[in-house]
Write a protein that binds this ligand. Sequence first.
Ligand code: ADP
Ligand code: ZN
Length: 627
Amino acid sequence: MRSVRLWVSLGILLLANIVVSNLLFAAAQPTTVTLPYDVFKEQVAQGNVTSVTTTGDSITGVTKTPVKETSTGVSATHFTTQRPSFADDSLEPLLEQHGVTINAKPENPPPPFWETLLFSFGPTLLIVLGVLYIFRRIGSAGGTGGLLGSFGQSRARLYNPETPGTTFADVAGIDEVKQELEELVDFLRDPQKYERLGGMVPKGVLLIGPPGTGKTLLARAVAGEAKVPFFSQSASEFVEAIVGVGASRVRDLFMKARQSAPAIIFIDELDAIGRSRSAGLRIGGNDEQEQTLNQILTEMDGFEPGKGVIVLAATNRADVLDQALLRPGRFDRRVTLQPPDRRGRAAILKIHSAKVPLAPDVDLDEIAGATPGLVGADLRNLVNEAALGAARKGETTVTSADFFEAIDRILLGTERHLVLSPGDRERIAYHESGHALLGLLVPGADPVRKVTIIPHGGALGVTVSNPIADRVNYGEDYLRARIVGALGGRAAEQLVYTTVSTGAANDLQQVTQIAHEMVVRWGMSPKIGPLAFAEDGAGSGFGLARPYSEATARDVDTEVKRIADECYADALRLLTEHRTQLDNLARAVLKDDSLDEDQILAAAGIPRPPASPTSDSGAPLEGAGAR
Ligand code: ADP
Ligand code: ZN
């Protein structure tokens, strides 16, 4: 690619040259005044004009003494004027009579030299550059010998391995997974030992997990621990514009890795090329993916076990992968990474805050408790945000408050500036207070951590409730508590204003979803019975074919409605009974815009519940109650 860059630089130089010379030219121009034609003739008659140059009907010239331009007051010895086309031709004798030198220029001067050059050679140059570029691309992709080969010198740079300094100590919160990978490290350190013992070493390991859970980090740690070269490539980079490139890049990559065995090849985003070939429509360009995928399979099949090359690949969707990839001798070992649990989060926070000066009030465990659902990459980002916030405030250490502000920024999106009428604000305050109060009153509900009527993202107000423990199994009580809490916003509005607003749209969506799942998925409706109609992962019964009869469908609808109605009645009843607390809470929210857990409890006059055990295991983020 070097020569392309050279040409580009040359082009830029040329352009710069033109611009600069034009500027210089302009700068060298003397001050010039524009004279009316009659003033010009007057000046000639007075013998003040020494020379003129005409281009068509426009005249420029030089005077002995400066002439003043009436409109601007500027005086200069250089002037221009425009001769009216109807002017009688007594000008020439007049000029001769006063001894003025007369020059003339053609009306359409030939374009400057560089312009001619650009227009005649420019297109050709572009084409040549384009062709050169394409050749280089093919060359760097591993074209073999011949014409293209001569363009391929740069391809060695493409797969330069690194030996990462990353170790398992940089990875936290996924201990079981680490253990599985330790075996790989052992093997890479001494492939022969394994062979002698007849151990089965995997050729390929698939790392499965949501983005940011540390798949890349782990792969690097394996290489770092084993001190072997790490060849990393994203699958989407294999497949680029030119057909045939993907497969040859794969070939190249594996060849390089074999040459430096023991080594690790890491293929990120494997699903970009490894999607099931039967799944869905394949539209143009996928031949390329298929070829690339086939080449990977061929390379893996061709490995001799014990040669010391292990392929690690990452994906966040194992379910869409082509079965061929998962066959024995390929990615037959799978390691699943889950979002970290509370202890894991604390450990990850510890790693990433190691180089950050923490204030004594920072309790990483508490922060971990407030961030269910966040993955390693989010937590790293959180530490960073907190440190930036501290820096902005000019603090020398990062405080607990900095962390919680960063959490709010990350969880709630950035604050939106929106002017609300006092009436709207009050309604929103009651709405959110309804959510929050029910979260406190209903047994089994998640504790409420924050209420705010500062608009965030798309929501006018937010009530954040945090599960004490990230839950993996939901009891019916809990689900009903969730529904009651979600309906609390609307119930409060109904109670206070006797009318409702559109503000509950999101809440109602949640309610519908939970109630529906209770009926069709979790067998929590006596009328439907302990049956599950919803296929896992395939949505819940909506869609093309319902796996149940019309009559059952009607029953499902009435059951969903019954659950929602009952919960709404509960919500209304509870809020009516605790109307004073609701009013107090709403007033406090209105006053302070947002309340944290202690302020909520104080405003509602509810004692802090005893701390519950805080074991947990990764569950989705509960940002419940956004309206
Ligand atoms: P993935 O490949 O799964 O999308 P990455 O490995 O790229 O995720 O993670 C991005 C960054 O997040 C890592 O470089 C690391 O700083 C941080 N990170 C993610 N998971 C962990 C973890 N378990 N322990 C420590 N840091 C982590
Ligand atoms: Zn709401």
